[in-house]
Design a protein around this ligand. Structure first.
Ligand SMILES: [Zn+2]
Ligand SMILES: [Zn+2]
Length: 402
């Protein structure tokens, strides 16, 4: 039986749609104090931000202290040290100011106090004044990549989703946000391993397909044309690999983690099993490797993908009109995450809806959005650690019916 059919047959009425007011949810937030107000001006938002920025500042200080194991060569090459130092300084100042504001506004001082304590510890360890030094490394974790990307994406998407929310009641800290943040953390931390595993299959198994003359011709084309070609060939591979994941039960177990999110926003894009990430990227990289596109267009594609793949999950109500059929939009990909019968196993493309039109898997009713997200029956538990092992024993780790 195809995974999609399982998903439909198990669809039940137990799907809950809890949307909460303000930026917090009452059930799963990191700072649940029953009875404490969370509205604007209550000190809750400033407290949570202070804790997050304090923790990020402390992690940033550790990057300065242990660059050999916590920083990536690409980030060190791309961003001057003075910029990183200034950014760390700003983050710590913000953590202090917001922590202080929360402590003043809120009767319970736990949030503000925690933010202040984290920022104080970061300053005591050297803060933004730790001198840089030459780095020699072989194995490393992408902590700096995690911190910078989280800050960058949050600054773009949080205001965007607050200003143009499709589901206005769904807060920033909606149910499941911590699980998705943990996925975001792990996928960035393991960047060295995942890049290695992404590139290796093409380099090991497809050297026979490389033709130097063809590669020279491909790389000599205009940059914009190479960019479009990369988009088409990579999305073609991604479409079929993605469709396989929905069709082959063993692969579906890994991909089910991505579909287990029941709230869609920018952070939900990160809910991916590492095997899912590597398999999709490795397959996508094969044609890029064989055809030999130039570095410039590939870099442009990577920048585009890293924004676009997150954008299509965002909780935004933008209307794109005819563009909906040209490039994947949030509405297009939201339908892919729906468990409604008509949307199951539809919209596999990541960039080009035309592929779904060509291969008979497009579902994009005019101006409509799905009513629910997730997998019917909710089989995947809402737990980051269980997500890691769930594909290997889905029956054992299956969520208890509630
Ligand atoms: Zn899918
Ligand atoms: Zn998705």
């Amino acid at each position: 039986m195809r995974p999609g059919q399982v998903r439909y047959s198990l669809r039940s009425s137990n799907r809950k749609q809890h949307y909460h007011t303000g930026v917090g949810d009452g059930s799963q937030s990191a700072s649940a104090h029953p009875g404490e107000p969370r509205h604007i001006g209550s000190g809750w938002i400033s407290g949570v931000l202070s804790v997050i920025l304090g923790a990020m500042g402390l992690a940033g200080v550790f990057c300065f202290l242990f660059p050999e194991i916590l920083t990536t060569p690409e980030v060190r090459d791309a961003v001057p040290l003075e910029y990183l130092r200034a950014l760390l300084h700003l983050v710590l100042v913000a953590a202090f100011v917001l922590g202080f504001a929360s402590a003043v506004l809120r009767r319970n001082k736990l949030l503000g106090g925690t933010g202040l304590a984290l920022a104080t510890l970061a300053v005591l360890l050297g803060g933004s004044t730790i001198p840089g030094r030459a780095v020699e490394q072989s194995n490393y974790l992408g902590m700096d990549w995690f911190l910078l990307n989280l800050l960058f994406l949050a600054l773009i998407f949080v205001p965007m989703e607050r200003l143009f929310a499709r589901l206005k009641e769904q807060g920033v800290f909606r149910p499941g946000w911590r699980t998705d943040l943990a996925h975001f953390f792990l996928s960035h931390l393991t960047v060295q391993v995942s890049v290695f595993l992404t590139l290796t299959p093409a380099r090991v198994f497809f050297t026979w397909a490389v033709n130097a003359d063809l590669q020279r011709w491909v790389a000599a084309q205009p940059v914009w044309l190479q960019f479009l070609e990369i988009l088409v060939v990579s999305d073609f591979c991604e479409y079929w690999m993605h469709r396989f994941e929905h069709t082959v039960p063993f692969l579906w177990r890994f991909h089910a983690i991505h579909h287990s999110c029941e709230r869609m926003d920018w952070l939900a894009a990160s809910r991916l099993h590492l095997v899912d990430i590597v398999v999709i990227r490795a397959v996508t990289f094969i044609p890029l490797y064989v055809l030999g596109f130039a570095n410039g267009p590939i870099f442009a594609y990577l920048v585009f993908v890293s924004f676009h793949a997150i954008f299509i999950h965002a909780n935004v109500n933008f209307r794109f009109g005819w563009l909906d059929w040209v490039i994947a939009t949030p509405r297009f990909h939201h339908w892919h995450h729906s468990a409604q019968f008509e949307a199951i196993d539809k919209n596999f493309a990541v960039h080009l809806p035309l592929l779904d039109k060509l291969f008979g898997s497009l579902h994009l009713p005019r101006q409509e959005w799905p009513a629910t997200y997730g997998i019917a029956g909710n089989p995947v538990p809402e737990n980051f650690f269980v997500h890691a092992v769930y594909p290997f024993a889905p029956r054992r780790f299956r969520r208890k019916r509630t």
